[in-house]
Design a protein around this ligand. Structure first.
Ligand code: AMP
Length: 284
């Protein structure tokens, strides 16, 4: 596995790959890898000739009072894990390489960023869209792999790629969970043991919502209340929002039909966790 710190090195590497007629699969990450990240890398390896991973804790997607400084980082561990699944190139730039002095260009995706994480974290998706547009231009991959764990992010990136005609195919990947259902996340390291146990209520609550829909519930507000009630059984978990939306537009849904997104954000100790499930409402 090769490690690149500069845009120049990546461009030189990908130029050779393209001249050799190789396809490139790209996995953008903020590092501190877990099985969720590795599943994206493995999929990229099976579907493309070469796999490029970026490791960059992107400052522009963090709010001023968020966890940018304390976000977990361990380059040696990440490099070993990426190498173990066959990653070909690991791009790990410094902040100054991505945002040199004088930097002033940002990408904004409007409608699909208004609610949910976009509302809870002002400026977050502007940072995400900007860094992904830059990374797509630097790596020039054939396909880029994104986890449904960050469902709204996936929708934002799909919109970005369509709207700006970026020549990359976005591949959505399933959320990888711990055996007890907790969605894997780099931020799970913030959880104390009893908080880690309490956090399992999030996926249980989402599953209860999904099961209610599959059992015939068609009232979005009732499904939302049901999810909230399950979370309320766990005093260590403070929900920030619980939402029932159209899975494509992310607009709120009252009468459930089509594909529905059940999503939530919650505080557990110092950790802010997000999770979601989608469910296709059965035809009557
Ligand atoms: P991050 O490093 O958190 O920015 O995540 C990098 C990529 O990994 C994003 O596309 C995430 O959606 C994806 N990802 C994070 N956690 C998971 C998970 N538990 N399962 C699947 N994909 C994930």
């Amino acid at each position: 596995m090769q490690v690149a710190k500069t845009v120049r090195e990546v461009r030189a590497w990908t130029k050779i790959a393209r001249e050799d007629g190789k396809t490139i699969g790209f996995v953008p990450t903020m590092g501190y890898f877990h099985e969720g990240h590795l599943s994206l890398m493995r999929r990229a390896k099976t579907e493309c000739d070469l796999c490029v991973v970026s490791l960059f804790v992107n400052p522009t997607q963090f709010g001023p009072h968020e966890d940018y400084q304390r976000y977990p980082r361990d380059f040696a561990r990440d490099a070993a894990m990426a190498e173990s699944v066959g990653v070909d190139l690991l791009f790990a730039p410094e902040v100054e390489e991505m945002y040199p002095p004088g930097y002033q260009t940002y990408v904004e995706v409007t409608e699909v960023t208004r609610r949910l994480e976009g509302a809870a974290r002002p400026g977050h998706f502007r940072g995400v869209a900007t860094v992904c547009a830059k990374l797509f231009n630097i790596v020039q991959a054939d396909r880029a792999y994104f986890g449904k764990k960050d469902y709204q992010q996936l929708k934002v990136i799909q919109r970005l790629v369509r709207d700006l005609n970026l020549p990359v195919e976005i591949v959505p990947c399933e959320t990888v969970r711990e055996p007890d259902g907790l969605a894997m996340s780099s931020r799970n390291v913030y959880l104390k043991p009893e908080e880690r146990q309490a956090a399992t209520v999030l996926y249980r609550a989402l599953c209860a919502g999904r099961d209610a829909i599959l059992a015939g519930e068609r009232d979005g507000a009732k499904v939302q209340r049901l999810i909230e009630q399950v979370i309320a059984t766990e005093p260590l978990v403070q929900p920030e929002y619980v939402d029932v939306a159209n899975a494509e537009s992310l607009e709120p849904l009252e009468a459930l039909q089509g594909e529905v997104l059940l999503s939530l954000a919650a505080r557990v100790g110092i950790a802010r966790l997000i999770d979601n499930v989608t469910v296709v409402v059965p035809e009557e």
